[in-house]
Each structure stands twice: as C-alpha cells, then as structure tokens.
Design a binder for this molecule. Sequence first.
Ligand code: PEP
Ligand code: MN
Length: 337
Amino acid sequence: MIVVLKKSASVKDMAGVIKHIEELGLKPHISEGEEKTIIGAMGNERMIDREKLLGLAGVEAVIPILKPYKLASREFKSESTAVSVNGCKVGNGAVVVMAGPCAVESYEQVRDAAICAKEAGARVLRGGAFKPRTSPYAFQGMGKAGLEILARVREEVGLPIVTECLSQDDVALISEYADIIQVGARNMQNFSMLEKIGKQSRPVLLKRGMMSTIEELLMSAEYILANGNYNVILCERGIRTFERMTRNTCDITAVPLLKSLTHLPVIVDPSHATGERYLIPPVSLAAVAAGADGLIIEIHPNPDKAMCDGHQSLDLKQFSALMVQVKTVAVAVGRTI
Ligand code: PEP
Ligand code: MN
C-alpha cells in the first residue's frame, strides 16, 4: 500500500503517518520525489484500515500496489532512481561503462586494465576476487588478496570498484572494499545473502539469474530494498535457452521492459550474455540503443592467457575502439557518456 502525502503536508503530518504504519507492525519506506512524497507501508497489508489512513493529517491518497515487487515498482516511485557511486551516477541518463577483468589475477593485470578502462571513458572498474566456478577444481579467485589489489588500483587510478560477494559470510568483508557489491547470477535467489546486503548501505549490482524471469529478478531486488538499501542496479547478463552457439541468450528486450516496470537502473553484461569476444561490440551497442543505463564488460591485457573467461574478454585496444562506438550510439539516441 502506498500513502501519497499532500503537497501541503508538514513534517509533523509525515511523522504521524510513519508512526501509524509502524504501530500496525508494518515497515514504512519513504520516497521523496520532486512532485510528491510517498510512504510505502510494507508487510501484512491486512493490518491496514484504508479509511483510517485516509483520515490522517496530510494524507492525499492511499493506493494499493498491485505488483508483487512493491518498492521496486514504478507504481511506488515513478521517477527513475540514479544510484550514486563515488560521485558517478548510474541511471541519470548518461551511459556508465564498467570494465575490468573477470577475475583479479595480479596487481599488474588489474592496473593495466584499469588505466585503459579509465582512459577510454569507463567509470567503474570490475574484477572478481571471489569467483563462482562450475568446477571446484577451477581457479576460485584470489580472495582477500584480490580485494587488496583492487583497493590499491582504485587509489592509483581513481576508479570505484565493483566486485562479487559469494556468501552471506563475506558481506561485511566485501562492503569494506567494494564501492558496488556484485550479486552474481548464481546467487540472485540467495535470499539470506540478499537480506544481509539489504541491511548495509553499499550500492548493489544484482545480476539476473540464468534461469530467472524478469519478475523473479525484481522480487530479488525487492529483498534488498525491503531491508532498507535502495541503491540497486539491475543487470541483464543473458539467460539459458536451447541455443548453444552462444554461452547465454542476451535478452535485450529485458532492458526496455525492466525500465518500464521499475525505477531502478538497468545495465547489460555483453560478456556473459554472449560468451564470445566478437559478439561483445554489437551487443553493447544494441544495449545502449535499447536504453541501458550502462554496460559491464570483461577486458584483459592478454585475454588468451586469462585464468577465467578470456574468450569473452576484449583486449585493451579492442575495448578502447568499442568505447568510441559506444559514444557514437549514445549520442545518436540522445544520451551522454
Ligand atoms: C562475473 O561477472 O564474472 C560473473 C560470474 O557473472 P555472472 O554471475 O553473470 O555469471
Ligand atoms: Mn566472468
């Protein structure tokens, strides 16, 4: 249920509505838009007496949210959310590119990738220190040492970092280092981890599960929002279909669809979505043209020697060339970068 406050509502009126919602055992979520202030009352809606709420001072309307993803829906918040990452805003119209290696392998590897990423116009550095691998015998990432490398390169190059959290036990550690906590496709429905990530304030990059529907992605975002963290960026990274020529099938339609259903920013990962280096540039451009708020792209100084996902990583020259094209398409569709 959402409570829309009158333009003339005072701070005291707002406090009264919040108190009433809390007394019902529900959780108030406040969205202060330019036009109006809305308070979401989340929890067991049967507790709500609509007439009583309508009678409170400062209340203009009480409207049920029909979508199951309440706080993530455009019904709750019609204005798009821009997630702030160290001054860089994801979701404010500009195309934000995140780039870096799949996995952190060494200081030199991350530094070289970061310098190229920054020079080419990327705004965030990616790199996994904890890697979710299908095989328990595959390289699992450098762990804490990898986080240290990312933090050092952040200092030297000046790009914020996005890195994956694999377990609810690591949320505190990852949030100590990361500017954005990545929730990978395999963990999209790790609800206890989502709750824990929702209880801290670092921005989150929530990747779509490879077998998850759009609604399931939004419900996972809802877990984070419902716990108080509103800084969620969604990521389409391809879904598993019958097609075997690509690692996944990039659901480009998900971009405009999500943008219509939710106020949260949406980015696309053309690396995992395709699994093929030569498909990254065209799919990146398609994503920008379809309205994506950004891209997350795997790059490596020497992709053929990469310990993880080298065949879907661009080398540094290829990335710089792609960024020129991304800028052209961004401008063509009325965006900036
Ligand atoms: C990654 O970004 O390196 C990754 C593992 O992605 P996904 O969770 O989308 O497979
Ligand atoms: Mn990868």
